[in-house]
Design a protein. Structure first.
Length: 413
């Protein structure tokens, strides 16, 4: 028994040499064993250098304050070399405004921001509520089904189709392209080369180019394609830049909400006392939504590249070094968040989390994500639905999108 325990601890990254610890291993996210690795780094080496990984050498930031300090300093820590730990080959690189600095970043971001402005969200609320009710009413009763597919993906994909004014009957293409865009090619997998990934994403570009050509010759409307087509900041984008911004908007509008919708149901099952709190006091919904997003952390990391030499947490970061901000670890930092490893829907300072990032690249659609989650939980409570998790979640193998491919649940009639 003792030997088996030691083997398990080694597998969890608790006793292997720090110099060998690579927290970018996607398998650890898929089997949910990553937590011990991050706990150890926060305790022993919060600014950790990994010399050898499939993604090359990189720094890991695992503490809340260090992450915020880097995230809010875009002059020293640049996103222009990419925002994920994986290095995309030059021939497959697609620029987008999240990979830009001022002033171009602000010009392009401001082009699409009206669609998630407060007045726009107010208009969307009744539509979202209607769709949530339709989705919940149509779920099976007394039979197990996949919550990810029938609720999480369906709700977010309908919303994406609305934001793009995308043909509703083809909306599942948006989910497909989002999944392909965040996939790192690997031999033996469905996306086994960068060429195959680019071929699929070129189909995305072709589809949206047709929509662009329709919108640019029509009166401006409040949808993402029309906004970009009619703005001086974006109307002359090269195809690769148009595709890059499409991927950014599709993934940003899909993964945060989709995986938090699934995570919320899972966490309420794992912490039934928190579900009772919410059932007894539905006014806690907004607080619960923030806690779900913190506890899930649907985007596990963001990358920056040092534009100059600097010091972080007492460590010398050299110009050109890859710096990974592990939001998923910072959201479990006990120095900032009390009892951080527990799911507590009425905790103090519940909005004090890293899931949306900080600084100029803070998540553009964060309020829309919160709105969808809030409405979903209001409608679940109002309908008195008892959503029971009846099997283990299936997590995706990714160190970037922290999410699920399946969650078997059952609703009593």
């Amino acid at each position: 028994m003792k030997r088996r325990l030691e083997d398990h601890r080694a597998d969890d990254g608790c006793i292997i040499p720090l110099s060998n610890l690579d927290v970018s291993d996607a398998k650890r996210f898929q089997d949910d064993s990553i937590w011990a690795c991050f706990e150890r780094l926060r305790r022993e080496d919060p600014v950790h250098y990994c010399q050898d990984s499939p993604h090359g050498p990189y720094w890991s930031l695992t503490k809340y304050r260090d992450i915020v300090s880097v995230d809010t300093n875009h002059n020293v820590f640049s996103s222009e070399q990419g925002v994920a730990i994986v290095d995309v080959p030059d021939e497959h690189w697609t620029p987008s405004f999240i990979k830009m600095g001022p002033p171009k970043h602000a010009e392009q971001r401001n082009t699409v921001s009206p669609i998630v402005a407060p007045e726009s969200l107010t208009k969307l609320e009744s539509l979202i509520r209607s769709r949530v009710r339709t989705i919940l009413d149509g779920l099976p009763r007394n039979n197990a089904f996949n919550w990810v597919d029938m609720v999480s993906i369906e709700l977010t994909t309908q919303m994406l189709a609305t934001l793009f004014d995308f043909p509703f009957e083809d909306r599942r293409l948006l989910t497909y392209w989002s999944d392909v865009a965040v996939t790192t090619p690997k031999a033996g997998h469905a996306i086994d080369s960068w060429d195959k990934r680019s071929t699929i994403l070129s189909e995305c570009l072709d589809y949206f180019t047709r929509l662009w050509n329709e919108r640019i010759n029509a009166e401006p409307r409040l949808d993402l394609i029309s906004l970009m087509a009619h703005s001086p900041a974006t109307r002359h984008m090269k195809p690769s830049e148009f595709l890059g911004n499409l991927i950014l908007l599709i993934v940003g509008g899909n993964d945060t909400t989709r995986n938090s919708i699934t995570g919320g149901v899972l966490f309420m099952s794992q912490y039934p006392s928190e579900l009772r709190k919410l059932t007894d006091n539905p006014k806690l919904v907004s607080s619960a939504v923030s806690e779900i997003i913190r506890y899930q952390t649907p985007i596990a990391h963001m990358r920056r590249t040092a534009a100059t030499d600097s010091i972080v947490g007492g460590k010398q970061i050299r110009k050109g070094d890859k710096v990974i901000m592990w939001y998923i670890s910072g959201n479990r930092d006990e120095e900032i968040i009390e009892n951080a490893n527990s799911f507590v829907i009425d905790r103090k300072n519940v909005r004090q989390h890293l899931s949306f990032g900080f600084g100029i690249h803070r998540c553009l659609g964060r309020h829309l994500a919160e709105l969808q989650l809030r409405i979903l939980w209001e409608e679940i409570l109002d309908a008195g639905l008892k959503v029971k998790v009846v099997g283990e979640p299936e997590r995706i193998a990714s160190n970037f999108v922290h999410g699920y491919s399946a969650l078997p649940v059952q609703i009593a009639a």
